[in-house]
Structure formats: structure tokens, C-alpha cells
Design a protein around this ligand. Structure first.
Ligand SMILES: [Zn+2]
Ligand SMILES: [Zn+2]
Length: 485
């Protein structure tokens, strides 16, 4: 069923932080209901004696009835407003796993950012600042942040915002405290509605090549460590996240961020990473070069090469994540790293970090820059989608495959300065095997594919795109053909 076209809500729109929950509202109504029943006038005036004899038991009986009704009513409403724990049915949850705040180089307070995502109907968010978890004591200078602080006070109130004056070189300067996640999460989270997941962008480099990896649902910060190559620097951080899961018992995951940023990763740096399970196929930061250039492959091309090589080796696939990598919350422009460009939809029963991340580990999620799916079925037969269509928008779905007999050898390549870049691979890697219009595209395996994945392209321009002219899209995970596993 087509839904009405969504309106784009600009940055800075204000809305009530947390509305009174249904449970709280019911809690106010129940005693009122009881009072109204007890106070109902009697049909015939009774003598004082009669009242003494009759009214007491009657009032008592009425009180029991009313109390019973109130309890039943309260319980029924309570169950309706309770978090979805009882049915256990999986549903889609929308979230972003790459965001920056003033804890590193983002330009807004973490509460303001979380409020933006909550207001824009996200269900979960991970604030992933560079080499830091949002924890410990931190004060920042107020002077360069006057605009952000004014909005912060306006939104959360002067009692929430903590200020101090300190003596610095015999002058006083004003500071504002950055609140840690443990202090602000309860103000923004709501069971079954909005969840904050602790995260970090483990930020390092090898030589001049950036190596950025997001760790999601971390208990402890992972400090960057040197290594002898881009591959080894990545490996040590992927392993650090995994060993933390073993130590803490927390379900976590790690993904490689924006491989083309600073041309940090060649395909050949990614291929030896047996530990790799996820990478960013789309990142909304304007400098990350999602689409490659004339001589370097795009994120999707890198993905197909990784899938072809890994699956032929008998290794598990790599899943693609779409994120914002938002840094800028005050000015909306294609030149700024704004929120709202890329996200994932995860299908899991519960809105908890464990439930979401476990679903991601099985590949039950997709990346999006605007297109939503109602259903997604990946089985031995192939891949079936049901697009949540928006009225007036047309959709084209491309099914991308690599066949088992595709040659995997690559010709080495250099850039114009003689630096090694990603090799040239066979063009049959990641070919469009079929295209379908409409809301229910499907692909049936022919029998020689290693995998199939779908890319849904709408004709709706993104309201605040990564690159001018970008349309809203979605990317499913690869469905690996059974005998190819
Ligand atoms: Zn980064
Ligand atoms: Zn980042």
C-alpha cells in the first residue's frame, strides 16, 4: 500500500522531549474513575440511621467493584503500553551507528544529537566519538560554542546545563560540562521506542592512510595501537573489540568505516582480513568518496570484490552498513556532515543492543538512504523484497550477483604519483543479473551464483544528499547461495 510522501523536517525543529507515557496517564485516571463512582448521588434520601446501616456495606461493595475495575483497566492499559517483550515477533528498527558529538569533533552536545535522532523517528543511536566513550569528567570552553550552548539551554533548560568559571592565565573563562552517557541516557531513552548504544570510532592511521573502525556496544574504550600495515592496524582493532566481548559477555560488533576516505584502504588491504564481518557501504560524510573516482573503485564495487574472493575461499560474507558519520548539526548543506543521510533497519524482536546486534550478525538488516522495506526474504530460492512504497515515487531494483566461475585475478594499478591503488578486477564481479520495477521485486537463483544482493533505486531526490543529485536508495545484504557457503 502506498503511503503518503514524507515531509522533510529541517534541522533545529523543536519538539517536546519526552511525552507523558500512557502508563503515567492511566495512573492519573484510575483514582478519578473510582471517585466518580463512589460520589454518585443515591436515588432516595435516607435517614441518618439508614445511612449508617445500609451505606457502609454498600459503599464497601461499590469500592471493591470500582477498585477491581480500576485494577483491570490499569492492567490492560499497562500491557498495551508495555515494551514489546511478550510477542517476540521481530520488527524493523531504524538506527544510526556512526555519529560524532562535542566529546570529539562533532559540533553539538550529545543530548541535542540524541534528541534530533529521536525526533526523526530513529529507534537507536550510537554516539561514536574518536577514541573516546562518552564517560568521565569533561568541561569545554563556552566562548567558541556560544550558539550551540544557547540552543542547548533553550532545549534542556538552565538547570540541566552545568556551567563553571575557571581561572586561566589570570583571566576567568566560562566552561560547560559535557555530560556522560550514563547521566543523560535516561532522559532520552524509552523502552521499545528509543535506545542509546555506547560506541567509539577507533581512529588511527598507518603512515598517512586513515584506519577508522567503529566498535558498537563497548564497555571499555579501545585505545588505538600501531601496526606494520593498514591490514594489521585494522586486524588489531577488530580483535580488540572481539576480545572485549569475550571478557565482558557483552554482544558487540565492529565495522570498517569509509574505506575510501583519504584513500586509506585498497581492496587488497581488506581481502586478508578474515576477522572482517561489516564495513560501511554508504557513509554520509561529504569527504568519504563513496563512489570512488576514475581509477579507484566505489564502495559497492569493493563490496562485490570482497564477497567474490571471500565466498570462493569459503569464508563468511561481509555485510554492508549505511551511516551518517554526522559532525555538523547547525548548518544544513551538502558540504557539511549532517545527520539523516544513511541508516540501517534491523529486524529483531527487541530494542536492546543484544537483540539488534544478534540480528545483524545473521545479516537480518539493510542499509538505506531513504527507501524502506516492509519485508525481505532471503532463502535457498533467492531474494524477495517488499518495498514500503511512497505515493508518487517509482522504484527500480537491481539484483547484483557474482558467478562461481568468475576469474578473481587482478591487474595491479598505480595512481599518477606511482602509488599502489586497488587492482583491476574482472568486470563480471558484481554484475546486474536482473532488474525489476514495482514494489515486490524478486530474484530466483539460477544455480551458478555465489550470492545475490539487491540495490533499490528510487526516483526521489534525497532532501539533504551526500552528493548533489543523489536519490533515495536501499542496499540489502548478500544472500549467499547454499552450495556456495
Ligand atoms: Zn572516520
Ligand atoms: Zn566518524
Amino acid at each position: 500500500m502506498p503511503r503518503p510522501r514524507r515531509a522533510y523536517v529541517p534541522l533545529g525543529e523543536r519538539q517536546e522531549l519526552v511525552s507523558l507515557s500512557l502508563r503515567e496517564r492511566v495512573g492519573v485516571r484510575a483514582p478519578f474513575l473510582a471517585k466518580r463512582h463512589v460520589a454518585r448521588p443515591h436515588p432516595r434520601p435516607l435517614s441518618r440511621r439508614e445511612r449508617g446501616e445500609i451505606q457502609a456495606p454498600l459503599a464497601l461493595a461499590l469500592t471493591f467493584v470500582v477498585l477491581g475495575l480500576a485494577v483491570a483497566f490499569h492492567r490492560a492499559s499497562d500491557e498495551k503500553s508495555a515494551p514489546p517483550l511478550l510477542d517476540g515477533n521481530a520488527r524493523w528498527w531504524k538506527g544510526n551507528l556512526h555519529t560524532h558529538s562535542l566529546w570529539s569533533d562533532g559540533d553539538d552536545f550529545p543530548e541535542m544529537i540524541a534528541a534530533w535522532y529521536r525526533r526523526h523517528k530513529y529507534h537507536f543511536l550510537s554516539l561514536t566519538d574518536h577514541n573516546v566513550l562518552s564517560e568521565g569528567q569533561r568541561w569545554i570552553d563556552a566562548a567558541p560554542r556560544a550558539k550551540a550552548i544557547a540552543k542547548y539551554v533553550d532545549r534542556f533548560g538552565p538547570n540541566w546545563v552545568e556551567r563553571r568559571s575557571v581561572l586561566d592565565k589570570e583571566k576567568t573563562k566560562d566552561q560547560v560540562r559535557l555530560k556522560p552517557l550514563t547521566e543523560f541516557r535516561t532522559v532520552l531513552e524509552e523502552s521499545g521506542k528509543f535506545l542509546l548504544v555506547p560506541g567509539e570510532e577507533i581512529t588511527h592511521k598507518y603512515g598517512k592512510f586513515p584506519v577508522h573502525i567503529n566498535g558498537i556496544n563497548l564497555r571499555d574504550v579501545v585505545l588505538p595501537v600501531d601496526g606494520p600495515s593498514v591490514t594489521e592496524v585494522s586486524r588489531v582493532h577488530l580483535r580488540a573489540v572481539e576480545s572485549q566481548a569475550k571478557k565482558t559477555g557483552w554482544t558487540n560488533l565492529a565495522f570498517i568505516n569509509h574505506p575510501n576516505y583519504g584513500w586509506g584502504f585498497r581492496v587488497e588491504d581488506l581481502l586478508p582480513l578474515d576477522e572482517l564481518r561489516y564495513f560501511e557501504v554508504f557513509n554520509g560524510h561529504p569527504e568519504v568518496k563513496n563512489y570512488g573516482d576514475k581509477i579507484r573503485p566505489s564502495m559497492e564495487r569493493i563490496w562485490d570484490i570482497m564477497l567474490a574472493v571471500r565466498l570462493q575461499r569459503g569464508q563468511p560474507p561481509v555485510f554492508g552498513v549505511a551511516t551518517d558519520d554526522a559532525h555538523n548539526y547547525h548548518e544544513t548543506s551538502a558540504k557539511k556532515a549532517n545527520p539523516g543521510r544513511g541508516w540501517i533497519q534491523v529486524r529483531s524482536p527487541h530494542l536492546t543492543p543484544e537483540s539488534l546486534l544478534k540480528a545483524m550478525k545473521t545479516g537480518d538488516f539493510y542499509g538505506s538512504s531513504g527507501v524502506a522495506l516492509e519485508d525481505l526474504k532471503a532463502d535457498e530460492q533467492g531474494l524477495k523484497l517488499k518495498i514500503a512504497g511512497v505515493e508518487g515515487v517509482r522504484y527500480k531494483t537491481q539484483f547484483i550477483v557474482t558467478r562461481a566461475d568468475t576469474p578473481l585475478d587482478a591487474k595491479p594499478r598505480m595512481d599518477d604519483k606511482g602509488l599502489s591503488i586497488s587492482g583491476e578486477y574482472h568486470e563480471a564481479i558484481g554484475t546486474i543479473a536482473a532488474e525489476a520495477e514495482g514494489l515486490e521485486p524478486a530474484y530466483r537463483f539460477k544455480g551458478d551464483e555465489l550470492y545475490v544482493r539487491a540495490r533499490v533505486i528510487s526516483d526521489c531526490l534525497h532532501p539533504n544528499p551526500y552528493q548533489k543529485g543523489d536519490v533515495e536508495m536501499a542496499w540489502t545484504q548478500p544472500n549467499v547461495r547454499k552450495s556456495a557457503k
